[in-house]
Ligand binder design. Sequence first.
Ligand SMILES: C[S@@+](CC[C@H](N)C(=O)[O-])C[C@H]1O[C@@H](n2cnc3c(N)ncnc32)[C@H](O)[C@@H]1O
Ligand SMILES: [Zn+2]
Length: 410
Amino acid sequence: MSTLELFNRARKGGKVVMKVVEHLEGRTRLVVPAASLASDPPPTSPVFFNPAARLNRDISVAVAVASGGSSFCDSMAGVGARGIRMAREAEGVEAVTLVDFNRAALKAARRAAVLNRVRRKCEFAESETSSYLSSRFGRDMRFDSVDVDPFGTPVRYLQAAVSATADGGVLSATATDTAVLCGVYPKVSERRYGATPLNNHFHHETAIRILAGAIARLGAHIDIGAEPVAAHATRHYVRVYVRVVPGASRADSVLGELGFVSWCPACGHASSSSEPQRQCAVCDRRAKVAGPLWVGRLTEPKLVQEAEGAARERGLLDAASVLNSLVGEGYFPPWSYSIERICSSLGVASVPEASVRRRLKEGGHSVLRTPYETTGIKTDAEYGEVLAAVKESTPGGPLVRTLARRKGAG
Ligand SMILES: C[S@@+](CC[C@H](N)C(=O)[O-])C[C@H]1O[C@@H](n2cnc3c(N)ncnc32)[C@H](O)[C@@H]1O
Ligand SMILES: [Zn+2]
């Protein structure tokens, strides 16, 4: 790694000197602050670059190839890691606009554009994201894809981002306020996203669905249907891709996919409905309710499969694996079961998830490892059937006998 340049940034009369280095990501040579490769998390000032967000950007490149647009707006570009990669790696993308209000960041992005010989495809706008995107509201000025990648919540930029996305185009947004979306601060989620979160074993999926639901409602305000086509999550962020289709009837049908997820902490039963169900249908106790949120499918199967192929062709194997894990998710209800949690509520040692999956499949059910949490399964089986499969999977035969023995001993 060699030092490329020192550049100065006037700040309150003083100067900030930033050492930058060249960093290869995918097939693209980026120009990044040296400090960003030396500390985790990387510094946010004077310019931010997070090497750990590589997977996030790899998936972005694959989705852009699959969705087939020719113009891309990296509306919070930083050093241009996403935008320059689009120009360099996503054939079909002919024009990339990189927006950031940080002049030093855009300077690094410009340099990377030259290094990768994509300068002619790139336009740079030193501007505030919302005001820039709002200025691209006109029908012939919109982008085939718009990406919003802020520090924290993307909510304040989404209205402008929806209106700057072309008909049939794709808007992507990252949210790093995961503690809020995953239910640690429910009041903040209600204020920001207009939805109650759920702090349980499927909180990342709920977080994704709250963000997708918020985008759907923002689109509907201006007669646009904004429907998810892909989504993924890590501990640090959730990310959704939505397709933007104009029309009041489309907006109405999208709103029809909003609803509530109820989950009973006492017995583990989960359900979804168009109105909040606050009482567990199985044990009658008080259920927790998340929403309003997106309860429909989170993926467009064709797009996800093509994106997986595009990732594989480029050797972006982790991205291909994430995209592959999404295949078929639309078939399942909007929650998952944690086998670990079920075992602990039964007071038995953990059983292998694979064994529970196998038993459910033998019983004629569909099962998917949830793509959104570190563990857990999605299935069309009723909770009682999942419980039965767990019990049958416990070593030494059906759990019922064990429990009966214990009861007898007690
Ligand atoms: C999380 S970083 C983006 C990282 C970049 N997308 C990447 O993949 O490396 C957020 C960037 O948005 C810029 N930013 C934050 N708020 C902004 C705003 N309101 N208008 C313009 N740029 C903004 C920051 O300067 C920063 O460079
Ligand atoms: Zn219950």
